[in-house]
Design a protein around this ligand. Structure first.
Ligand code: GDP
Ligand code: IMO
Ligand code: MG
Length: 429
């Protein structure tokens, strides 16, 4: 029996999970997405082509890995079909390399309308969602009024859909009475036609992915799980309400795939050598000065999904220790060592000072986070050109000291080091 290796984001997303999955997929049979939807944007750069993956697991880019969209994902068929077309246009064979859980919930046009309407209604308390309908789709799942992939093929699909569209149209109109689109676009018949056409195209992929994954483990197949979003965006363990509507932590991997806790192998936590966040919410090490701007420009920190500029700051080890605890991380991947190495001096947050009380223990309490001041330790930077370094030993001493400090503080090894955006720019220890 094989076990599945898991890749998870430790902070607020965009840590470079896609790049780590892309590396692991080189000898993986299956790559699985467990949570989230097309709010995720995972970038892979290979042979001069940049892929932004939103729903299909990045592992599929190996050419031989089967991508599985697990039951915990909320799936927008339109986005998925565009993603399939794009991969086909780049020469990928998808028919035999994609499976979609029959239990995955389907995103419908009213979900994104409700997402935008709710944000508008929040006035100055906006979450800064991606507007992709993720929150409303998970709401329906838990309210038990969601439609799952298998429902697209059921005899009562038209009837269920019609009732839902009428109900949701009233909701959109309630939150956002000026939304003229809702009146025009939320037409049950049009949506029925649109979604039956999508269903036809997706039919070859929809199956029982739970049995598929378990049989694959029995056959000793290598499985990697591609976490989306990240620990601090978790609905339970993140900075609520400034979070997404799923569990991107280890528990969500189990409920979102049907693999058990005993099936989990290595759990890799991904971080950047600095921190970033897109959307609203607390961010203790955020830099609202030219240093933050410089990190953004050097790291090209603009959202893969929405294009929004990402908020940037120094690495926060207090948060990372929390991510290790919550997820049971066994090793780390540190990306963007090349980016941080361009600074003369680099700061790392090693404790929080909350009104004179210094602590290394993280809490998602908003009052705590808003009052926390970072206590920094400084390191020498100027790593020089490191993207050609293939081993840890080849790295300059300053870079090694920085990585060793992270390992000592967190107590687990740094197994992967990102030295550039390209597929090859990675040190594996
Ligand atoms: P994900 O959502 O966690 O997969 O991360 P994103 O793809 O949203 O954001 C990570 C960004 O950093 C992408 O633009 C990657 O191409 C880039 N990237 C990843 N690792 C490295 C690295 O080690 N160095 C540099 N310079 N860029 C990297
Ligand atoms: P990847 O997988 C960064 C953020 C949004 C917003 C909050 C809620 O690429 O790391 P949602 O649309 O999910 O309801 O928005 O969560 N967010 C992400 N930020 N990376 C992501 O995914 C994100 N997915 C959601 O910006 O603050
Ligand atoms: Mg991303």
């Amino acid at each position: 029996m094989s076990k599945a290796d898991v890749v998870l984001g430790c902070f607020y997303g965009d840590e470079g999970k896609g790049k780590v999955i892309d590396y692991l997929a080189a000898d993986a049979d299956i790559a699985v997405r467990a949570t989230g939807g097309d709010n995720a944007g995972h970038t892979i750069k290979t042979n001069g082509v940049k892929y932004a993956m939103h729903l299909i697991p990045s592992g599929i880019l190996s050419g031989h890995t089967v991508g599985v969209i697990g039951n915990g994902v909320v799936l927008n068929p339109e986005v998925l079909l565009k993603e399939i077309d794009n991969l086909v246009s780049h020469g990928y064979e998808i028919k035999n390399h994609l499976k979609i859980s029959e239990k995955a919930h389907i995103i419908l046009p009213y979900h994104s309308m409700l997402d935008l309407a709710l944000e508008k209604a929040r006035k100055n308390l906006k979450i800064g969602t991606t507007g992709k309908g993720i929150g409303p789709a998970y709401c329906d799942k838990y309210e038990r009024s969601g439609l799952r992939a298998e429902d697209l093929y059921s005899d009562d699909f038209r009837e269920k859909l019609t009732a839902l569209v009428e109900h949701k149209k009233a909701l959109v109109e309630f939150y956002d009475p000026e939304n003229e689109d809702a009146k025009k676009l939320l037409d049950p018949e049009k949506i029925y036609e649109q979604y039956t056409a999508y269903a036809e195209k997706l039919k070859p992929y929809v199956c029982d992915t739970v049995t598929y994954l378990h049989k694959a483990m029995e056959e000793n197949k290598k499985i990697v799980v591609e976490g989306a979003q990240a620990t601090l965006l978790d609905i339970d363990f993140g900075s609520y309400p400034y979070v997404t509507s799923s569990n991107p932590t280890i528990g969500g991997i189990i409920t979102g795939t049907g693999m058990s806790s005993a099936d989990m192998g290595n759990v890799y936590g991904v971080i950047k050598a600095y921190s970033s966040r897109v959307g609203a919410g607390p961010f203790v090490t955020e830099l609202l000065d030219e240093t933050g701007d410089r990190i953004r420009e050097l790291g090209h920190e603009y959202g893969t999904t929405t294009g929004r500029p990402r908020r940037c700051g120094w690495l926060d080890l207090v948060t990372l220790k929390y991510a290790k605890r919550v997820n049971g991380l066994t090793a780390l991947a540190v990306n963007h060592l090349d980016t941080i190495g361009q600074f003369d001096r680099i700061k790392v947050c090693v404790a929080y000072d909350c009104d004179g009380k210094v602590t290394e223990d993280f809490s998602t309490n908003l009052k705590f986070l808003n009052s926390a001041k970072p206590v920094y330790r400084e390191f020498d930077g100027n790593f020089g050109e490191i993207s050609d370094c293939k081993t840890f030993e080849e790295l300059p001493e300053n870079a090694k000291a920085y990585i060793r400090f992270i390992e000592e503080y967190i107590g687990i090894p740094v197994k992967f080091i990102g030295t550039g955006a390209e597929r090859e720019a990675m040190i594996v220890r």
